[in-house]
Design a protein around this ligand. Structure first.
Ligand code: 13P
Length: 258
């Protein structure tokens, strides 16, 4: 497995042709992404579902992995508007973001639904990037650790067969997302240590120590290396700064320089 993850969450941005153009430009900037070129940094792109297949095709000769921003937990059936893991895999996806704060707080997903999606993703052999993180008022009230603990507990309790190939955790404090107000390095470090402890407790020392923990929330060129200096942080999940191929390439170089 790669040591470091650089993930782009495009959210509800980019058309099919814009997604394809991004891959072309990124590879121009970072030729080392062309296969076999297995560098230290694994790039993972989460386009909108409509462009999942075309981005996967554009990235075919590269080491870039592609995934979906969400999934449903059933494999097929009468679930209008939802997308299943077999569909995502067939379109070229090998990862899914589970429980992103915008799914939780804008769309209204609760911990139980997130847990069902996590279980389905892991059972499908797909990498689940489980997002956890507290709201500003929860942090201000001293409840950040309790909230993250609850999110991890409901998602991970009783999970079998999970490894670093099927699970990564992204700590994304909600108040830092898209706000330009990134979390401080000590705050992220404290939470990363806590998440590592909880992972070990839930899935065992052997597997818990290898699960990637990413930071997300207003990551941009210039502030990434601070987060990457934290021992337990092995990746970043980037929104706004991942939309432009040149800025994403700058993040890649910053991560590679670690
Ligand atoms: P921003 O990088 O735009 O703050 O978004 C972070 C995020 O939500 C990634 O999933």
């Amino acid at each position: 497995m790669p040591k470091l993850w650089l993930a782009a969450n495009w959210k509800m941005n980019k058309t099919v042709s814009e997604g394809q153009a991004f891959v072309g430009r990124l590879v121009e900037q970072i030729p080392g992404l062309i296969k076999p070129g297995a560098g230290e940094v694994q790039v993972l792109i989460f386009p909108g579902l409509v462009s999942l297949q075309s981005v996967a095709t554009a990235a075919r000769d590269t080491t870039i992995r592609v995934g979906a921003q969400d999934c449903y937990f059933e494999a097929h059936g009468a679930f209008t508007g939802e997308v299943s893991l077999p569909q995502i895999k067939d379109a070229g996806g090998s990862a899914v973001i589970v429980g992103h704060s915008e799914r939780r707080h804008v769309i209204g997903e609760d911990n139980r639904l997130v847990a069902a999606k996590l279980r389905a993703t892991i059972n499908a052999g797909v990498l689940a990037v489980l997002c956890v993180g507290e709201l500003a008022e929860e942090r201000d009230a001293g409840g950040a650790f309790r909230v993250v603990d609850e999110q991890l507990e409901t998602a991970l309790a009783g999970l079998a067969g999970v490894t670093e190939r099927t699970l990564a955790v992204a700590y994304e404090p909600v108040w830092a997302i898209g706000s330009g107000r990134s979390a401080t390095v000590p705050d992220v470090e404290e939470m990363a240590i806590f998440i590592r402890e909880r992972l070990v407790e839930h899935i065992g020392e052997e597997r818990g120590k290898d699960v990637a923990i990413m930071y997300g929330g207003s990551v941009k060129p210039g502030n990434l290396s601070g987060y990457m200096s934290i021992r337990d942080i092995t990746g970043a999940l980037v929104g706004g700064a991942s939309l432009d191929a040149d800025s994403f390439a700058a993040l890649y170089r910053e991560m590679e320089g670690q």
